[in-house]
Design a protein around this ligand. Structure first.
Ligand SMILES: NC(=O)c1ccc[n+]([C@@H]2O[C@H](COP(=O)([O-])OP(=O)(O)OC[C@H]3O[C@@H](n4cnc5c(N)ncnc54)[C@H](O)[C@@H]3O)[C@@H](O)[C@H]2O)c1
Length: 354
């Protein structure tokens, strides 16, 4: 059992990582929740695979769980779904003081976490992430949100879970494309924070080889994320480095209306392109984009797209990190080290993706 602690004073919590830990979720939850009623919020895919199993393990630990299921997919991480989720929670007699479990990938974690942060002015919640992306990134750190037609994650809050329970065995049913997508975020941690970890991932034969050590890899990512969030919970400073590749990635995702690429694939293109731009602007050491390309290609991730830069800039103008025509870009100075730069829209227009 790998156990991490994220230290945020009264909002501190533990992260448990172990193959098979899902079967004993109730036992761990009883450390932080003593009442009976729990609402499990999940999506249709995860429900089909594991919904009944989770309810059973909770019942065995003496809880009375109810389930709220919404249609899987990023296109459903919106206000319409959120309203349905609120209403089902209210109809199932969950009250203030009861617990919510967000059980699924990043879409479930973000939407259910936002529901928890707002329903009855906030109820406690626990994350049980089921995708690699959610296990290494979105379930830790308390960012919860929904998308609007104007862009991704534009409405949300910071709301820390009471516990995160990570079972890498749940990844066995996940599409290989989704696993590769999660690897993009894994690679991001090495690129922004830990050259040794980057080299370790680069030294692997590829995805299969990495999956053998996935528990260790997830732990490393959560450790890095925990360190960053402990310093800057509210994303005013160092936490921004986690957005490496994301300003561009989000724009690419939105350009294709979230249909062409998964989140991780779009971030992968974003990380490569921003590193190339960093080299052109003299911010990133020469040769680093080659290494980024090598590692992303090794894990079967895309690095380029033919989308026009002027279209991306229009989209980036609505990015919540864009303040008055200045975009906050996270550049690498070298692998393992970052440089946050404010770049004017016009400045990137001529140099990006060329
Ligand atoms: N809050 C944060 O800090 C943060 C960080 C990164 C990303 N995100 C958000 O995360 C979302 C992407 O998350 P994601 O990539 O996990 O997508 P997702 O939640 O849509 O999951 C991908 C697909 O896999 C299915 N699935 C989930 N677990 C499964 C399992 N164990 N077996 C089989 N199928 C399974 C889902 O139903 C879905 O169809 C985006 O909305 C992004 O904005 C949030």
């Amino acid at each position: 059992m790998e156990k991490l602690h994220i230290n945020l004073d009264e909002k501190s919590y533990d992260i448990f990582i172990e193959r098979g830990v899902f079967e004993e979720a109730g036992k761990y939850i009883s450390e932080v929740y003593k009442k009976k009623k729990i609402v499990v919020v999940t999506d249709t895919n995860v429900d089909k695979l594991y919904g009944d199993q989770l309810l059973k393990t909770l019942e065995m630990s003496g809880y009375t769980p109810v389930k709220v299921v919404f249609e899987a997919g990023e296109e459903n991480k919106n206000f319409e779904t959120l309203t349905e989720v609120y209403e089902k929670i209210i109809d199932s007699e969950i009250k203030r003081g009861d617990l919510l479990i967000a059980f699924g990938g990043g879409v479930v974690g973000d939407l259910a976490g936002f529901a928890a942060s707002t329903i009855y002015r906030g109820i406690d919640f626990i994350q049980i992430p089921t995708t690699l992306l959610a296990q290494v990134d979105s379930s830790v750190g308390g960012k919860v949100a929904v998308d609007t037609r104007r862009g991704k994650n534009l409405v949300g809050s910071f709301y820390q879970p009471k516990m995160v329970i990570i079972d890498p065995d749940l990844l066995k049913t996940l599409d290989e494309r989704e696993i590769r997508s999660g690897m993009a975020e894994v690679i991001k941690y090495g690129a922004i924070y830990d050259n040794e970890f980057f080299e370790y991932l680069l030294g692997k034969e590829g995805l299969k080889d990495s999956m053998v050590d996935i528990e260790k890899i997830i732990k490393k990512c959560c450790e890095i994320k925990a360190k960053i969030v402990e310093i800057d919970e509210l994303d005013m400073g160092i936490r921004m480095i986690l957005n490496f590749g994301h300003t561009l990635g989000h724009a690419i995702e939105k350009y294709y209306d979230y249909t062409k690429y998964t989140h991780g694939e779009a971030i992968s293109i974003g990380m490569y392109e921003i590193t190339r731009l960093g080299e052109k602007l003299g911010i990133t050491n020469a040769g680093e984009s080659k290494k980024i390309k090598e590692i992303l290609t090794k894990y079967g991730l895309p690095i380029e797209d033919r989308v026009e830069i002027k279209d991306l800039i229009e989209i980036m103008k609505t990015d919540k990190k864009n303040i008055s025509g200045i975009l906050n870009f996270i550049f690498l100075s070298e692998i393992g080290k970052v440089d946050i730069k404010k770049v004017a829209e016009e400045e990137i227009a001529n140099k990006l993706l060329k």
